[in-house]
Write a protein that binds this ligand. Sequence first.
Ligand SMILES: Nc1ncnc2c1ncn2[C@@H]1O[C@H](COP(=O)(O)OP(=O)(O)OP(=O)(O)O)[C@@H](O)[C@H]1O
Length: 235
Amino acid sequence: MVVSSEDVSGVGGSVDAAVKALEEKLGVPIDHGPQVPPPKPLVIIISGPSGVGKDAVIKRLQERRPELHMVVTATSRKARAGEVHGKDYFFISKEEFQGMIDGGELLEHAVVYGEFKGIPKQQVRETMDRGTDVVLRIDVQGAATVRSMLGDGGVFIFLAAESEAALVRRLVERKTESLEKVLLRLETAREESKRMADFDYVVVNADGQLDRTVDMIAAIIDVEKARVHPREPKL
Ligand SMILES: Nc1ncnc2c1ncn2[C@@H]1O[C@H](COP(=O)(O)OP(=O)(O)OP(=O)(O)O)[C@@H](O)[C@H]1O
């Protein structure tokens, strides 16, 4: 139905009166509800080589977007100075970890540099059921496992350093690993970089540019929320 400008001006110029007149002409009320349903919760996977800055990026992202749920990974490695159980990681024994694997309670798990790491499934499900976005921090190998499970249902982001040299410097400066362990991480990082193509996005975490990196990830999350066909993560 076409309503001419004459019809609208003919009701006295008030918007409310015009709306009422339109409703009368339509024969049904004008819908005041949202035109777009609320976006579905996202599962965001942040991955990349050791030392690239996953923890630093996630910490800053959480400060900016406190509504995101950062999944707490379970690990059998010892806590580093300042790390808090239940907040940074669930620090559990190798025996407890084995129990979780046997009980099928982990979304993915792996032995990384001699230590168990894994993501409790229940935490992801419960968060999504509340309608909250979930951020998973996973090494590249683990991200491949989650990709095979979720397919296009997850948003996979590969964090990269601006150069191999920058990555090495960051690992050495962190002072948490021996040179031998840094070497192992470097060799692994070379293999991991080859898997970048399996991700949806690649973000460079350049030295001194942590805020820019977080800006980019926040932008990706916003863009994902605007998809016409939302992703459907099935766990
Ligand atoms: N953009 C950046 N500029 C400078 N330093 C950074 C940047 N991002 C992270 N770092 C520093 O680099 C080091 C490694 O970062 P972080 O521990 O977050 O890496 P990671 O990917 O979580 O490593 P791992 O997988 O081994 O736990 C830390 O000392 C961190 O503070």
